[in-house]
Design a protein around this ligand. Structure first.
Ligand code: T1G
Length: 696
């Protein structure tokens, strides 16, 4: 046995335990250990049956993702599975925790499966840009049918054990993992139960089911590779003999595992876990217990933010200075929940529970006992400082005071209080009850406990918390400024909003910069530009001319029925507007720019390369901890496609030397705003990538 796999006996039952924390991933050592253990059980005449389980907190949670892209070592996974399936002695998988991917595929090569009620099973490979490459796509549909298998492999959803039993994936659910599984194995052996091989089951499908599934999911799977390959595999299970289906699955798995999409999605998997690692805030930093939230501001952001906490069962007191604003805010919250109930995604009972989490007041004195207060009022520093001075006076000692500001200085806001160590930025993204990203902004004086608490409560309410530094726009919006700004220069150069948005949509973002501006509201940026007008460097080219002129017509986007585009009542579909086109053409004329044609490739580089350049500046200034944090911010806050891995991973995939060459060309043509970041020049000069920076 290897250290990774333990062999023991309970009477006539061999108990084989995988011990490879943290998740018993199928590393080479585990595969070798399993091979040896099953050989041993097979050779032991006293052994009549075997139980396979995971030590620690879970059954096998999948292949070892860290091994992909490296030379194969150890016993091939397929050989271990064939050895198990062909065992002449009955094998029971004993599942707790999560049996995922290769873990569930291993269980499907056992003759029976036992699970505790809390166990979860699934084939989430698609989230890594992969497919179940060890027979999962051939065995699962033989158990649960083609339609259910299609849903499971393309969603990667986890299935609770009781439901998995109903589906036929699990044979027995019982409370005690080892005792239950051994007793189940002994019973099966005593009954002379057959050695069930899923491969021997039939697999049929109605005509047209795969084409229909492809058509129904075209938009959802747009740009991804793996979902389509998963569908092909399930189709193979229904149309080919088992061994040919396995061969097809292997070929399609190779297509996936060697694809840039999967490299990107595997990068994202690890990046999502890196964000929680903060060098000067150790994992064991004490977090404050957040039992009550106060929300200052019940507008669009305040209401959306508050819903996250109510959804997590944390009481929220909403504060507005004017009763009518408070009533309006609560009405919007209620309407949001009611809409979800109407769509069948929330029960009325759950809605009532969530609404019961809310209390309201117009008096600051009422919120002093909250453990965390979040301010989400208008983006004006004077107003925020006035509010934080009041909070400083009323909040109990140790309360955390957070601002949802999207660009303003946390240090300056903290200066309005006597406890800057308790002040932090918690920047949510609109719509705040939907978007997963939370930028946690550390001030100069913010304490480790305050940081750890804000990061932790963010995760608790379902956000992915990323710690960022206190610069203008922090990370996401600072980079966004470069992206949207360049978009308006492309308009001045000759393109129209619908062409730019179309190119960015085809690249893979959920929407382009102009549709996004109309959704978020053009007035926010307009205010910021006006506030910054006085100190804008004279040599900086101004990209706000077009949006300013649109705002001067009171066209702020969807909320006013029109911005860059027009919108029909109750419909978010952007409709090009002739008046806006005239403004764009007039601005080109005023700036003596001869309008010309653009192709999508240039639009993508012009709009998205600023993300890379500003991202490099941000890293250089230490405003983001690592390149992959920036990737997580852009995927979860701005809809950057996961199958591109985020702007920094995407830049590495293109090749930083190629990116730099284009930037130098743009710098020569468009001036200062395209000056390549020194870090980018340095990495290229050293033949390095952002990933090398990450590893440093
Ligand atoms: N391989 C390597 N490391 C893994 C891993 C894996 N499969 N899963 C988790 N880790 C690491 C993770 O990076 C983190 O490391 C630590 O374990 C704890 O993870 C052939 C090809 C199991 C639900 O996709 O969904 O099988 O940061 O923080 O929140 O068909 O991990 O501590 O250094 O996420 O309790 C299919 C992926 C693989 C499951 C636990 N399996 N993992 O969640 O802990 S492909 C998956 C998860 C495959 C076969 C195919 C979750 C979890 P560190 P964690 P958690």
């Amino acid at each position: 046995m290897s250290d990774a796999v333990d062999y023991a006996k309970r009477g006539e039952i061999a108990v084989i335990t995988v011990n490879s924390p943290p998740v018993n991933a199928l590393s080479a050592a585990v595969r070798d250990g399993l091979g040896a253990a099953f050989d041993k059980g097979q050779a032991d005449n006293d052994v009549k049956g075997m139980v396979l389980l995971g030590g620690g907190r879970t059954f096998i949670a999948g292949a070892d993702i860290r091994e992909f892209g490296k030379p194969p070592q150890g016993k091939p996974f397929h050989d271990v599975l064939v050895q198990m399936e062909n065992s002449s002695k009955l094998i029971v998988a004993a599942i707790h925790g999560t049996a995922l991917g290769g873990g569930l595929e291993t269980a499907l090569c056992c003759h029976y499966r036992f699970a505790v009620p809390s166990a979860l099973v699934g084939l989430p490979e698609v989230k890594l840009g992969l497919l179940p490459g060890a027979g999962g796509t051939q065995r699962l549909p033989r158990l649960v049918g083609v339609q259910k298998a299609l849903d499971l492999v393309t969603s990667g959803d986890f299935v609770p054990a009781p439901q998995a039993k109903e589906l036929g994936i699990i044979d027995e659910v019982g409370d005690d993992l080892l005792e239950g599984a051994v007793a189940f194995a002994e019973k099966l052996v005593a009954e002379g139960a057959p050695l069930k091989k899923i491969r021997d089951l039939p697999c049929e499908a109605e005509a047209g089911v795969f084409e229909a599934y492809r058509k129904a999911n075209a938009r959802k799977f747009r740009g991804f590779l793996a979902p389509w390959k998963n569908i092909d595999c399930i189709e193979a299970a229904a149309t080919l003999p088992f061994d040919e289906g396995i061969a097809r699955e292997r070929a399609l798995f190779t297509d996936c595992v060697t694809s840039p999409e999967s490299a990107a999605q595997r990068h994202v998997f690890f990046a999502e876990r890196e964000v929680a690692k903060i060098p000067d805030v150790p994992k064991d930093t004490p977090m404050k217990d957040i039992k009550k939230i106060a929300m200052v501001g019940a507008g669009t952001m305040g209401g959306g933010i508050a819903m996250n906490f109510a959804n997590a069962g944390i009481p929220v007191m909403m504060l507005e200075v004017a009763q009518d604003a408070l009533d309006r805010g609560m009405a919007i919250i209620e309407r949001n929940y009611a809409n979800t109930v109407k769509k069948g995604r929330l029960s009325q009972e759950k809605m009532d529970q969530r609404m019961a989490m809310f209390s309201t007041t117009t008096d600051f004195a009422d919120i002093g006992d909250a453990d965390l207060v979040i301010e989400a009022v208008f983006e004006k520093m004077e107003l925020k400082k006035e509010i934080f001075a009041k909070l400083d006076a009323v909040m109990k000692p140790g309360a955390i005071m957070a601002s949802n500001t999207s660009t303003l200085s946390i240090d300056e806001i903290a200066s309005a209080t006597k406890r800057p160590e308790s002040v932090i930025g918690m920047h949510f993204f609109s719509p705040a009850n939907v978007m997963r990203l939370l930028e946690v902004v550390r001030g100069e004086a913010t304490s480790p406990e305050t940081i750890a608490t804000a990061m932790g409560i963010g995760r608790k309410v379902g956000k992915i918390s990323v710690l960022v530094g206190n610069c203008f726009g922090f990370v996401g919006n600072r980079m966004l400024h470069g992206y949207t700004g360049e978009g308006t220069f492309v308009l001045e150069g000759g393109a129209l909003p619908q062409q730019v948005d179309g190119a960015i949509y085809d690249f893979g973002l959920a929407m382009g910069p102009f549709a996004m501006g109309d959704m978020a509201g053009l007035d926010v940026g307009w205010l910021v530009r006006k506030a910054k007008a006085a100190d804008r460097p004279s040599n900086e080219e101004y990209g706000g001319t077009i949006p300013d002129r649109i705002c001067e017509l009171d066209r702020f986007g969807q909320k006013t029925g029109g911005g860059y585009y027009d919108y029909k009542e109750g419909d978010r579909t952007p409709i090009p507007n002739a008046e806006v086109q005239a403004i764009i053409e007039q601005v080109s004329k005023d700036k003596n720019i001869a309008r010309r044609d653009f192709d999508n490739d240039e639009i993508v580089k012009r709009c998205l390369y600023p993300l890379i350049n500003i991202g490099a500046q941000i890293l250089d200034e230490g405003m983001a901890m690592r390149p992959s944090d920036i990737d997580i911010i852009y995927i979860n806050g701005y809809g950057f496609p996961a199958y591109k891995g985020g702007p920094m991973h995407w830049a590495d995939a293109i090749g930083l030397d190629k990116v730099l060459a284009d930037m130098k060309r743009f710098h020569a043509e468009f001036g200062e705003r395209w000056r390549p970041a020194p870090l980018l020049e340095k990495l290229v000069a050293e033949g390095k990538s952002f990933a090398d920076l990450q590893a440093a």
